[in-house]
Design a protein around this ligand. Structure first.
Ligand SMILES: Cc1ncc(C[n+]2csc(CCOP(=O)(O)OP(=O)(O)O)c2C)c(N)n1
Ligand SMILES: [Mg+2]
Length: 382
């Protein structure tokens, strides 16, 4: 499919549950979920969208650093995370904020984007690895973590999120190969949003699809509409079941699998990034303004809302309540993040167990200057 083209629904090999108008497609298997779970998926997407709007605004006001917007990609992040168990581990790139919303970790996470290391430590408590900016560098670690779960006979899987651009990195291929050979319980969640900054999907790979790459490593690849939260849920759920240790006995991680069914899966979420790559990017430099419109027409939140209305699960009041709730959750997270008192010396804390002499010198110099001039002089307090 031409993901940057006019018709996002043209490809028939993409798994979907909801049509563009939110009505389930003929013969679609709507996941058998409770009303509460359907509503939670909707609410979490609404909260993710609100978070995204506020985060961009905070950056523009100088209250936050560079930020990677996720509008358009809520369906895949939220739908897939609802398909996991709480003890399953999430490892992600930097745009799948919806996973954090589902895990209810916004307040803990936001400080990261404001430059505080505490943001990454806290989310680990919720089984989320720190986000990763070095493209694809987290994939071998995610496979290693899933291998460890298998080795210890823990019934846990790892959902590892990354972009289409990440598939061109060596780390992607090393991780995929290892996962295939050792049958690790890994879900490779590739977010094909059409772009890697200014590089379009057509320049990223000559493969027909990203999902097709899985066959080179001996396991399944599947394409799913990432702007359809229910399809994203269903595909991730099936992949997670395939990854789980069905007989409760790990293979000890020492021997390659002795045949099908293989356990890892590569899931290609076909979707689109509505906004800029980051707040430091200007997409008008490389893509037409109206390229986004066909994708907005299949917006994940609109489709889910239409589905919930159609099936009598939500009405105007319920929609207003979800939006009010999102405003509150995000406002509380921002208040909490802005209340964090940064310790200027903490920036030296996390790279080395023993600080090298030159960094020790810089740390001492900083502390002496803060002592002499006060924190206000460095704009560290507010
Ligand atoms: C190893 C490495 N090389 C280059 C970069 C610069 N960089 C940051 S984001 C990005 C594009 C990644 O695209 P994709 O994986 O499709 O993710 P998306 O941003 O579209 O979500 C690049 C090349 C980086 N962060 N790390
Ligand atoms: Mg991309």
């Amino acid at each position: 499919m031409d993901e940057t083209g006019d018709d996002p629904l043209a490809d028939e090999d993409v798994y979907r549950v909801l049509g563009p108008d939110g009505v389930p497609l003929p013969d679609a298997a709507v996941p058998d979920l409770s009303d509460e779970t359907f509503l939670a998926i909707y609410r979490d997407m609404v909260t993710t969208r609100r978070f995204d709007e506020r985060a961009v605004s905070l950056q523009r006001q100088g209250r936050m650093g560079t930020y990677a917007p996720c509008a358009g990609q809520e369906g895949s992040a939220v739908g897939s995370t609802h398909a996991l168990r709480d003890r399953d581990l999430i490892s992600y790139q930097y745009r799948e904020h919806g996973a954090i919303v589902v895990r209810d970790l916004l307040a803990e996470y936001l400080p990261y984007w404001m430059g505080h290391e505490s943001g990454t430590a806290a989310i680990a408590e919720g089984n989320v690895f720190p986000l990763n900016i070095g493209i694809a560098a987290h994939l071998p670690h995610a496979v290693g973590a899933s291998w460890a779960f298998d080795y210890r006979d823990e019934d846990r899987v790892v959902a590892c999120h990354f972009g289409d651009g990440a598939t061109s990195e060596g780390d992607f291929h090393e991780a995929m190969n290892f996962a295939g050979v050792f049958d690790t319980p890994t879900l490779f969640c590739c977010h094909n949003n059409g772009w890697a900054i200014s590089v379009p999907r057509e320049r990223q790979t000559a493969s027909a699809t990203f999902a097709a790459k899985a066959s080179a490593y001996g396991f399944d690849g599947v394409r799913v509409d990432g702007m359809d939260p229910l399809a994203s849920y269903a595909v991730t759920r099936a992949a997670a079941e395939r990854a789980r240790n069905a007989d409760g006995e790990g293979d000890g991680g020492e021997t390659p699998s002795d045949g099908p069914p293989t356990r890892p899966t590569l899931v290609e979420f076909v979707e689109y990034r509505y906004g800029a790559h980051t707040t430091a990017d200007d997409p008008t430099a490389y893509r037409a303004d109206d390229a986004v419109e066909p994708w907005r027409a299949i917006d994940p939140i609109d489709r889910m809302e239409a589905f919930l209305r159609e099936t009598g699960r939500i009405d105007d009041e319920g929609v207003a309540a979800a939006r009010d709730r999102a405003d509150d959750v995000v406002a509380d997270a921002i208040d909490a993040a802005e209340a964090v008192e940064p310790d200027p010396a903490a920036m030296f804390d996390h790279a080395y167990a023993d600080l090298p002499p030159e960094l020790r010198r810089q740390r001492d110099e900083l502390l002496a200057a803060v002592e002499e001039h006060g924190e206000e002089a460095f704009d560290l307090g507010e």
